[in-house]
Design a protein around this ligand. Sequence first.
Ligand code: UD1
Length: 416
Amino acid sequence: MKIYVQGGNCLRGDATVHGAKNSALPILAATLLVEGQSVIHNCPKLTDVDVSLKILTKLGCRCKREENTVIVDATSVSCDSIPDELMREMRSSVVFLGAILSRCKSATVSSPGGCELGPRPIDLHLKALSTLGYTINENHGYITCLKEDKTCAAVINLPFASVGATENAILASCLLSGKTIIHGAAREPEIIDLANFLNSAGGKVYGAGSDTIEVYGVNKLYSTEHTVIPDRIVAATYLSAAAITGGEVVLKGVNLSHLNSVLNPFRESGCKTRLSGDTLKLVAPKKLLRVPLTKTVVYPGFPTDAGPCLVAMLTLAKGTSVFVENIFENRFKYIDELKRLGANISIQNRVAVIEGVRSLSGAVVEATDLRGGAALVVAALAANGETQIGSIHHIERGYEDISGVLWSLGAKITKE
Ligand code: UD1
């Protein structure tokens, strides 16, 4: 499958933002802790969600989807290991480790290894689990964890506010008796969503959204129902798409409080934004202005996942913009593909210097990763002529029908 874009159309209209992938995945892992049924609404139709459901099924859960609602029955969990092929399909499957441990007291998963964003170590996850009293063995690419008893009184200090390590620490401590304190926790909205899900099932997770989280262990979690928060990165993607085409769009179903830092560079570039309830209107200027400096930072700073689409948008801004990627070591692979469209970007280590050009022109490009792939779609919307984007399975990991949504906003885009 490829995406074909005939660039040059201005985006106009309304689009609804789907549920957040990065909330849905840890929440699906957390359904393992529930000795009963979890009904998850606003669960996006994404390939990463499909992989999560395959993992849950493999572990003995019964899963079914009705449109954007997923129902997981984890009454009987029969297995404590994830096969290598499923681990490889989705690096973030490592968040299942904490969930399996909570439910089964032992777990075996294959090591996630490196990936398209550079090395993706899980040392912080394993250190947190070891602080919780789990014994960890790493052998031939497999990680086995075990804990004989259910007691715990641990203080976990995360030296970096890793999203995944915070999620694993919460999941692995939720059903231990005793109190766990996580210092240096990630503060992302997706962490709050996970805590809200667990608490709705009878868990006691306090302080999510701050850098100190307290987990009071409970014996068991009960059947529950939860609605996943909107995807702030998908929102940022459609804003970039509207902005680069000089368009005007209204995004519905967004959580504006999650978008504060995301909107700063859009405003600096001359876009007007109007916020009301759960809608966000963006009106782009005829010519985008440069954005002198954007740095990715952990929440509430500018999110690393919104970076590639912003960089794509700035390729057509007037003047020079600088973008600094502080979270991942090797997140600029998509920039070589943007250059095929005529972008003028130079990279030094974690810094990208974007010299705005007058126009981009269509080319044959390959998605290198999920957000980098979305950045190519954004750039293609404003490029003269046709762009053909390959390896779109990366994009489908995180966007529900990106071509359909952009088509409905007036783009000439098809998936074939
Ligand atoms: C999550 C998101 C991802 C987002 C990232 C940062 C999901 C499924 N994925 O990924 O989309 O880009 O947060 O907002 O929610 N690190 C270590 N050791 C560890 C763990 C992380 O060194 O044990 C480093 C990583 O290499 C990376 C940085 O910490 O450089 C951030 O990683 P982390 O916050 O853990 O991101 P993920 O949870 O993998």
